[in-house]
Design a protein around this ligand. Sequence first.
Ligand SMILES: *Cc1c(COP(=O)(O)O)cnc(C)c1O
Length: 456
Amino acid sequence: MDEKKIILPERELPTHWYNLAADLPEPLQPPRHPATHAPLTPAELAPLFAEALIEQELSTERWIEIPTAVREAYRVWRPSPLFRATGLEAALETPAEIWCKWEGVSPAGSHKPNSAIPQAYYNAREGIRRLTTETGAGQWGSSLAYACAQFGLECTVYMVRISFSQKPYRASLMRAWGATVFPSPSDQTGSGRAALAEDPETNGSLGIAISEAVEDAVAHDDAHYALGSVLNHVLLHQTIIGLETQKQFKKLGVYPDVVIGCCGGGSNFAGLAFPFLADKFNGKEVRVIGVEPAACPTLTRAPFAYDSGDVAMMTPLLAMHSLGHTFVPPAIHAGGLRYHGMAPLVSHMLREKMIEALSLKQTECYEAALLFARTEGFIPAPETSHAIAATIREARRAKEEGKEKTIVMNWSGHGLMDLNGYRAFLEGKLVDADLPEDLLARSIASMEGLPKPPAL
Ligand SMILES: *Cc1c(COP(=O)(O)O)cnc(C)c1O
């Protein structure tokens, strides 16, 4: 009988994270100061981040050791299983093998604790007392709340208002782990008050919530800020996913042909994909596909530009694919995929043609999620459903071509706290929101005055 899941023993938990920045043919464009546009110095990042994290952000070392305390904490749920979707394969009558790296087994239910844990650890080690952050769907906020509880830190979360009302249980989860949660825009910060004055009915956005969390951290010496995606050090921490997956495939004696992940800020995709890109740099043939919502098409529609991570332009300018920092995407149910920018490392890999990008509408994704739920049992996160839909497309293509191939996708989280979206879909009320083209054009134009990264 074929294996249904591959489980690594704890002693095989990776000891180092993989840093893709070590292997880039062309170096990354440097982050720049939002006001002066000059390349940032590490000292300018110090009010926001722990020293160890700044070092990782700028590092070009290939392997970075995972501290013992972080490995201890990881062992609560890691190594995570590599799971074969045999039921889905049968339903699709595909000759392809479909493997899913199952990140929903963490206490918070997604891949995000992979970075929340080291971020809380390094900040606690450097004497910080409180971390502030923003959260969209609530996954990052709950992951950081959980991680802070493990290392004795306080945690303040600014949660995008639309998610706060659509997902009240996620706020309860954060509070259960001891965090303080404000719907954003809030009246706690200048950026929040400004956004409320402009539109009291606003759904909020990740951009506004980031401005609030940064402002709070900068105003308090004993507080730092934590970001759940986009930055190099977050992607670094997530590579534990792909490194484990490679060990699991090694046990099977198989190498995947296609690697798939959904893209919000790019961290779960990068976490699975980057260790495979390391092999691709060495000549290995492997297709790597990032999947995003058609309602927030950063990789497929946005220019590669310098842009700010937040509307108030308090965060550094990053060279990335960006829809513009003023873009507020339609309120789709995959809240974790509603960010205007894409991680510089992921954007860079698209520019270098090391990865492919695909955008999908949410109804196709929910259909895919239901097929997955009915064949495999588990209810995937709406974000993950984008990876599942892309995987199904690849598996169907394999059938048409009569080709055996091995597909691996990142099953980034479970959807048990996201049943509102499932309810809307099952009641026939979920539609594919049109992109607000005029708003998008204005948002892209808002990057005009910023420095331009050089063409490749
Ligand atoms: C946050 C989240 C994502 C998207 O964020 P990335 O940084 O792109 O990984 C995807 N899936 C789940 C379950 C999430 O919680």
